[in-house]
Design a protein around this ligand. Structure first.
Ligand SMILES: *Cc1c(COP(=O)(O)O)cnc(C)c1O
Length: 396
């Protein structure tokens, strides 16, 4: 039996040898501004167009449409706001249930709560780290029934309106299987693609599968606008409604203030969109760099039996937004010590989120049995993943 100290030393050496830098602190994820960021932001300041009107918002939306292949992208203040409006757009109402993974960032569940709807937690799978569509289908077969075209939870009596999967750390869930489950139970599909800009499922971009989807441009994401998000849809009328609802629902008129819905001030300022345009110009390069870093990690960790480097699912081309190692079950007791040692050495690592159903605010929410999510929660460690770390490898 190996000693714990040897196992930890091995992991640290692999990390140090994989990272082509002599910095004494390496963040989990840092943004990179090496393109037109200064030019475009300066242009906003020089022309005075910093706020809710200006050319960069339109340009940013067009660039997103082109990259993701969706018909309509609507830029908003952040990813959580994008999720909130996505749920409204598909008709999620008070007391509806929305299915989502228990293993996701808090924003996914909070957006459901903003609609006064009820999050209903689903297990994850080992292949994708995201929602398990086969297990979900079997579960719904037991607990749900479709009546008059709507799906109901037989245990709570509430309508189940939608499924909200999340592409964990950039790795797509099995969308074909999930789409089939949604069709079978009459559920709307909304993708939380906050982490997966640059990730494709069977050649089609994530966020281009659901009726509506959400992106995030927070500072830690693959491209940033400082803070920001976007709603994606292939449905023209939903796209128009998304723009309308996120811009105070004002009826266009030269001077009158008429608003025909309770709208939101969720629009993305021009200043942020300018930063976003410059970042999207770099997106292809960021993805190449991140994939190059992931492949270096993959090789470097392969001789280490106690941890495994997580590889993209076979149907996916992932952006490898945040790299993942998993400590084997036998050694999972070492997770916290690995986190402690690496962080003490200036190598930033993080555990995955706590399962949302265990947070006091969500303990009373409905959930299925969560064996895999609980195992992933105990064994995932995120390791440094900034695109600059892969730059040298991508060129090689
Ligand atoms: C980042 C993120 C969001 C949105 O976050 P914002 O900070 O509001 O832009 C939503 N869901 C997931 C899974 C995320 O990682």
């Amino acid at each position: 039996m190996k000693q714990s100290a040897d196992v930890i030393n091995n992991i640290v050496s692999v990390l140090q040898e994989s990272l082509p830098t002599d910095k004494d602190f390496i963040a989990l994820h840092e943004p990179s501004f090496q393109g037109n960021e200064w030019n475009y932001v300066k242009d906003c300041l020089d022309t005075g167009w910093v706020s809710s009107v200006g050319k960069y918002v339109d340009r940013f939306e067009e660039m997103l449409q082109e990259y993701t292949g969706v018909k309509r992208a609507v830029a908003v203040v952040n990813g959580t706001a994008a999720l909130h409006i996505c749920l409204k757009l598909v008709g999620v109402e008070r007391n509806d249930e929305v299915l989502l993974p228990a293993l996701t960032f808090i924003a996914t569940a909070n957006a459901i709560s903003y609609c006064e709807a009820v999050p209903h937690f689903v297990d994850s799978c080992y292949e994708t780290l995201g929602l398990d569509p086969i297990k979900l289908g079997d579960y719904l077969q037991d607990i749900a029934e479709v009546k008059d075209g709507a799906c109901y939870n037989k245990q709570t009596g509430r309508r189940i309106k939608a499924v909200l999967p999340m592409h964990t750390f950039g790795h797509p869930v099995d969308l074909d299987t999930l789409v089939e489950v949604c069709d079978r139970f009459n559920l709307e599909l909304i993708e939380d693609a906050a982490e997966s800009l640059g990730s494709f499922y069977k050649g089609r971009h994530t966020g281009n599968w659901g009726r509506v989807s959400a992106l995030s441009f927070n500072g830690n994401k693959i491209t940033t606008t400082g803070g920001g998000g976007a709603i994606l849809t292939n449905d023209d009328s939903l796209g128009q409604l998304a723009k309308h609802l996120t811009t105070t629902a004002k009826v266009p008129h030269k001077w009158e203030f008429v608003h025909d819905h309770i709208g939101y001030n969720y629009r993305m300022p021009n200043l942020n969109a300018a930063l976003g345009c410059a970042q999207l110009e770099m997106l292809h390069q960021f993805v190449q760099e991140k994939r190059a870093l992931a492949s270096v990690y993959q090789k470097a960790f392969s001789p280490i039996d106690e941890v495994s480097f997580f590889i993209e699912p076979k149907f996916a081309t992932s952006n490898y937004w945040l790299n993942v190692i998993r400590v084997s079950t036998e050694w999972s007791f070492l997770r916290d010590e690995i986190l402690q040692t690496t962080n003490d050495l200036g190598l930033m690592t993080r555990p995955v989120w706590r399962l949302l159903c265990d947070l006091p605010i969500y303990t009373s929410a409905p959930k299925m049995e969560l064996t895999v999510a609980r195992d992933l929660e105990k064994t995932i460690i995120n390791i440094p993943s900034s695109s600059y770390l892969g730059a040298a490898y991508a060129k090689a």
